[in-house]
Design a protein around this ligand. Structure first.
Ligand code: SAH
Ligand code: F3S
Length: 475
């Protein structure tokens, strides 16, 4: 069980290298090398791919690591304070490269650049670039500006732009069978604890034509599974196209074998969307459905816009319509004013719903939010800690309970690559998003969907062997 949505493993731009033509590259100029390190949610991973796409078209190459990069960019998360602290520590370490090679430029991009735009330069004076999530089109110009600047002169662009959807730009994607498409940017919900509406600005949908173009492009690059991304992905709208329409349209794209989306907002589930999920076989029976708390009082203070009874009804409707549905959630413990009784409601909720897994967080006060201004962060750290550990323990047992019935079953696994632990094994996902490990067999390869007989499980992983492979998937 992971305790947080925040990725601990930075993603190296090296994984994104492609050798395709770069028509805009100025002839004769040695391309500069860029290294992008990514923290935070899936959308940040997608944004780093977008930045990599923009920069390679301008003639940049991927560095093998920070040590041979001319430009080092850290794409950051501001959701919790710890994520920010970690990035500041990492920036200080990366500053070592600037000391050795004074021409190196170091940039902070994304949510933290937006959130700490006024103080970041004080806290990390060696930073040359501060770039908010809506300024990536201007990245090459900002790098030029910083490269020409006097020492310690900053290139900064943290303007939020409610029209920016990055239409027409092609991200430089990691090779692989799993691709993601950002279909919506920003968030309009203003949950009282959350910094995202302030760092990512107002909600806007990417035009459907752009999403379909990217889906086709992903398939052409070898993707078999597509994940649609948005902060409240199911509130997506573009003119008269809603999320259910869009999901149906992406499912029609030839070569897309699986579709997922993250994260939906409970209030924005419509009967039409449930119907599309139920009737469209390529949409995976898996939903990440953040609930945040099991207490109605807390949900109200958080301004989530629904009660537990309504959430419970939604889960019942989804489970009735979609057989074998896997569910995960996000929960915050220690929100201002959370009593033992409120917390107990959360315990009861996870015991009742029985999520396949859950991302569990301690409340972290974020400056600028409603909670920061109006609701004192009054749950002692030790209480937050003990509430979190108990929840992890309970959820961990439920996770094992959810994987155990898989033993003996045959599941359909999309092979994503070689297992990290053994070159003899594949790793992949079931349609319910369970990680599955199985020995390689002759003829099996990345991108195939194979039938796997499950032999043993842990709380988060299935292990088994391939019984057949679906020839129709391979070419
Ligand atoms: N709608 C977004 C939510 C982004 S934040 C999505 O795509 O999932 C992801 C999760 O971080 C939230 O669901 C919430 O559980 C947690 N979170 C957000 N702000 C937080 C805070 N101030 N303290 C602790 N956890 C927080
Ligand atoms: Fe944050 Fe709530 Fe939007 S959690 S991203 S304000 S839906």
């Amino acid at each position: 069980m992971t305790e947080s949505l925040v990725a601990d493993t930075p993603i190296n731009l090296l994984d994104l290298v492609d050798d395709g033509p770069r028509p805009d590259a100025a002839p004769g100029i040695r391309p500069r090398r860029v290294y992008i390190e990514t923290y935070g949610c899936q959308m940040n991973v997608a944004d780093s791919e977008l930045m990599a796409g923009i920069l390679t078209r301008q003639g940049y190459d991927a560095a093998t690591g920070p040590e041979d990069a001319d430009v080092i960019l850290i794409n950051t998360c501001a959701v919790r304070e710890r994520a920010e602290e970690r990035v500041l520590g990492r920036a200080a370490t990366l500053n070592g490269h600037k000391k050795e090679r004074p021409d190196v430029l170091l940039g902070i991009c994304g949510c933290m650049a937006e959130h700490l735009r006024e103080t970041i330069h004080e806290r990390a004076p060696f930073v040359d670039l501060i770039i908010g999530p809506d300024a990536y089109r201007r990245l090459p110009a900002l790098i030029e500006q910083a490269a020409g600047a006097e020492e310690h002169e900053l290139a900064i662009d943290v303007r939020l732009d409610k029209a920016e959807t990055y239409e027409g730009l092609t991200p430089l994607r990691r090779d692989g069978v799993n691709g993601w498409i950002t279909i919506q940017r920003g968030c309009d919900k203003f949950c009282t604890f959350c910094i995202v509406p302030f760092t990512r600005g107002r909600e806007r949908g990417v035009p459907p034509r752009e999403i379909l173009r990217q889906a086709r492009e992903l398939v052409a690059q070898g993707a078999r599974s597509v994940t649609l991304l948005g902060q409240t992905v199911n509130s997506y709208r573009y003119e008269d196209v809603d999320f259910a329409d869009l999901l149906r349209a992406v499912a029609q794209v030839e070569g897309v074998e699986r579709i997922r989306f993250t994260s939906p907002y409970p209030v924005d589930f419509t009967p039409k969307l449930i119907e599309v999920m139920a009737s469209e076989p390529r949409v995976c029976p898996y939903i990440h459905l953040p609930v945040q708390s099991g207490s109605d009082r807390m949900l109200k203070e958080m301004r989530r816009g629904h009660t537990i009874a309504e959430y419970r009804q939604l889960v019942a409707d989804l489970r009735a319509a979609i057989p074998n549905l896997a569910l995960s959630t996000d929960i915050i413990v220690g929100f201002p004013g959370e009593t033992d009784e409120d917390y107990q409601r959360t315990v009861e909720l996870i015991e009742e719903i029985r999520y396949d897994f859950a991302y569990l967080f301690k409340y972290s006060e974020r400056s600028g939010t409603y909670a920061h201004k109006k609701l004192p962060d009054d749950v002692p750290e030790a209480v937050k800690g003990s509430r979190l550990s108990r929840l992890i323990e309970i959820q961990e047992a439920i996770c094992l309970e959810k994987t155990t019935p898989y033993v003996g079953r045959i599941v359909q696994v999309l092979i994503a690559g070689e297992s990290r632990k053994s070159e003899h094994d594949w790793v992949g996902k079931t349609d319910t998003f369970k990680t599955t490990i199985m020995p390689k067999v002759p003829g099996s390869e990345v991108g195939q969907i194979v039938s796997v007989q499950v032999e043993e499980v842990t709380s988060h992983t299935l292990k088994g062997h391939i019984v057949t492979r679906d020839e129709s998937i391979t070419s």
